[in-house]
Write a protein that binds this ligand. Structure first.
Ligand code: GLU
Length: 374
């Protein structure tokens, strides 16, 4: 069984979630700059080891509130949204400054829960994150609080971070907290509370343990962290809950220490393929020639050149069946072009896509990572 320490060493794509209570001095309405500078150093250390890092950060409401002269914590959704609109500027600029000190570029993404649930937007956000990481930038993500229609709750970013990890195919999610991990009961109230070092399945017992323990005001306590763990583990992503309210929290984690690790039982890619195979209803089909069928079976992506027919009405990102010339179903995949565009480029060379459509997304019609064969 790999240790958390070892997971951090082997992980290639890591999502790090930072809560408001770690990042901000809420009473003063300010970012804890020295703490953030140390964290940015840690991030740099990871990227210089060839790892890709995505940050999910809260703090917009905490930072915006005082600027707008709100004395008390905002209670109404509109007030939280107003505070977030103001504070997000502060929040991102603090990240940008801290990362640029390390010669890292920061890119701001504001996502809504729908971006990770609705398939088409999911593909878009995923491709943008991939592109940013390939270009060496650090995506710095928060919820798009100003357009949220549901109540914004502290702790929502735990779940958002797990959705981001799922969307980005990350292999490790680290939730920094003001407590070093999961306990069998709230350690502040129960001296017999036992530390849980490792979890490989979210059982009702684990959920019950989390239910009783809420850490301090700024964070979502354990309930949202366990909800995040469920999402992460089902996406094949390991998760760690660790103490963040120390200097260099990532370095501390790399050097050992106390934390709870949640072990995923499969890889992000196999989890993604299981999701495609199981839960998505196909909206149409593509028929492919024998050459393409052979290429697919040897692990290649589907190019437009190998497609002979397009059936059904579907949009980019929808699932379609892949059929051979006899009509047998060979598999299923998420298609990178909508039905009308796919029909125009079928049988054509990928290099001609731009000329035919006037734009180009990908060379492939269905990427091999987005495909499951029967
Ligand atoms: N998105 C909110 C903010 O940046 C906080 C959500 C959370 O703390 O989980 O203020």
């Amino acid at each position: 069984m790999p240790t958390a320490h070892c997971q951090l060493l082997t992980a290639k794509r890591i999502v790090i979630k930072i809560g408001s209570s770690l990042l901000t001095d809420e009473a003063a309405g300010r970012v804890r700059e020295a703490w953030l500078a140390a964290l940015a150093e840690d991030v740099h250390q990871l990227t210089s080891q060839g790892k890709q890092v995505i940050v999910v950060t809260s703090g917009a409401i905490a930072l915006g509130r005082l600027q707008l002269g709100m004395k008390n914590k905002p209670a109404l959704l509109e007030e939280k949204q107003a505070a977030a609109a103001c504070g997000q500027i502060e929040l991102f600029s603090a990240w940008r400054n801290a990362l640029s000190q390390q010669n890292l570029k920061a890119a701001q993404l504001l996502l809504t829960a729908d971006d990770s649930i609705e398939r088409r937007r999911y593909l878009n956000a995923r491709n943008t994150i991939d592109t940013l990481l390939d270009l060496g930038a650090i995506p710095v993500i928060n919820e798009n609080d100003t357009v949220a229609t549901a109540e914004i709750r502290f702790g929502d970013n735990d779940r958002l971070a797990a959705r981001v990890a799922q969307m980005a195919g990350a292999d490790l999610l680290i939730l920094f907290s003001d407590i070093d991990g999961l306990y069998s009961a709230d350690p502040a109230q129960n001296p017999d509370a036992k530390f849980i070092a490792e979890v490989s399945e979210i059982t009702p017992d684990i959920e019950r343990m989390a239910g009783g323990s809420a850490s301090n005001i700024g964070s979502g306590g354990m309930v949202t962290k366990i909800a995040a763990a469920k999402i992460a583990l089902s996406a094949g992503c390991h998760m760690i809950i660790a103490r963040g309210n120390i200097d260099h929290p990532l370095r501390a984690l790399q050097n050992g220490g106390t934390f709870t690790r949640f072990i995923a039982q499969e890889s992000p890619l196999s989890a993604r393929k299981r999701w495609i195979a199981g839960s998505i209803h196909p909206a149409g089909s593509v028929t492919i020639d024998d050459g393409a069928a052979t290429a697919l079976k040897s692990g290649k992506s589907l190019l437009p050149a190998g497609v002979t027919a397009i059936d059904g009405t579907f949009d980019r990102g929808d699932a379609v069946l892949i059929r051979d010339m006899q009509g047998n179903v060979l598999g299923k995949g998420l298609i990178a072009y909508g039905a009308a565009d796919a029909a125009r480029i079928k049988g054509k060379k990928s290099r001609d896509i731009e000329q035919i459509l006037g734009f180009k997304r990908r060379d492939v019609l269905i990427h091999r990572d987005d495909m499951v064969l029967e």
